[in-house]
Design a protein around this ligand. Sequence first.
Ligand code: PSV
Ligand code: MN
Length: 427
Amino acid sequence: MRIHSYQIDQHNSTALKSHESSLQFLRDQLAHKSIDAEAIIERLRQFQVAIPSWALGAGGTRFGRFSTGGEPGSLEQKLEDIGLIHALTQSAGAISLHIPWDIPRDAQAIKQQASELGIAFDAMNSNTFQDQKEQSLSYKYGSLCHVNADVRKQAVAHNIEVIRHGIELGSKSTTVWLADGSSFPGQLNFRTALDNTLRSLQEIYAHLPADWKIFIEYKPYEPYFYSTVIQDWGTSFLLANQLGEKAFTLVDLGHHLPNTNIEQIVSTLMYQGKLGGFHFNDSKYGDDDLTVGSIKPYQLYLIFSELVYGMDNNTASNPEPAWMIDASHNLKDPLEDLIQSLEAIRLAYAQALVVDRQGLWDAQLNHDVSMAQEIVQDAFRTDLRPLLREARLRSGAAMEPVRAYRELNVRQQLINERGTVTIATGL
Ligand code: PSV
Ligand code: MN
């Protein structure tokens, strides 16, 4: 299925009048605060977030999985789905591939399809947390950290293979997330496990092309419950520093213990030029992989405020992070869920862009705690959605993408084309 621009135009024409008046109202509000709405609209238009190849089908829990119907059964169909999201939002212009779930059979053909849809190849992802059929040694007791050198070698070789696939597609980065850890005290020698991991990563790093980056993702627990080798940002940061200037930490919002101050972690990593990648999702308790902004939108905004501060106070060695949605869709239509996530990300970004930075700095210098709070909350409480709509309108996207998705009957058409029992690869 393809969405055509005349269908988008038709959708937009119905909402245009009320949009124009709400945009004008907001423009005036912002002008009163000396904020240039145009500059924000432009930054929103540029902001693209990668969609992971494993998030286009129904996810599941360890208790069950309920199919959505019309799920993509191949990499080509996954690209088609991202093409639909991108046509509706013009903000999902990249895909992040997980290997071996999505090995391209014909890299050139996949590249061609992606470029026709306006989709770039973002970070690659390796998988040494599952055993594959043809694999000789098991990752049951770890991969890059394993006590057996042959298992480590196999896991290193897989990561090098992932980089090779990425080179073919034009990607420029790879993400390493390890399940490696233990479920019981005494199971693992912490120091040896970390040392083995560092040495394995060094071997992978040696195969990284000059213009590539490697992102090291941390997670405090799950799938194992007592320890994780790369448990927190500090451990990831340590490894990234040991590896070199092409290595960075990746923050996944779901990979923190409850109430962790993630915005402060972001600030510290950006200060050191070591925030390389970012995975968006939302959660109530653990790595719940829920729709971005569905549970803690204020926290998302506070995080974005630090991201924007970090990007605007950038140095050459502190690049803009690679953005990706890393969520799982158990109840909602995955495509609707992803569109909602994109909307929440862009809204938080817009809110962070209207923070009165000078006023905040003055309040901080004067220890004016109440005024600092007023300024921070004012940006969050201003309804900036007309800016998002305007950015979409100018980019040729739908002003109300979820509504357009329903008007165009996308899911039913996908079911008609692909059937009800297809299953997408992934978790
Ligand atoms: C692990 O929880 C994670 O966040 C990593 O990014 C994986 O690659 C992804 O989810 C998919 O399993
Ligand atoms: Mn992740």
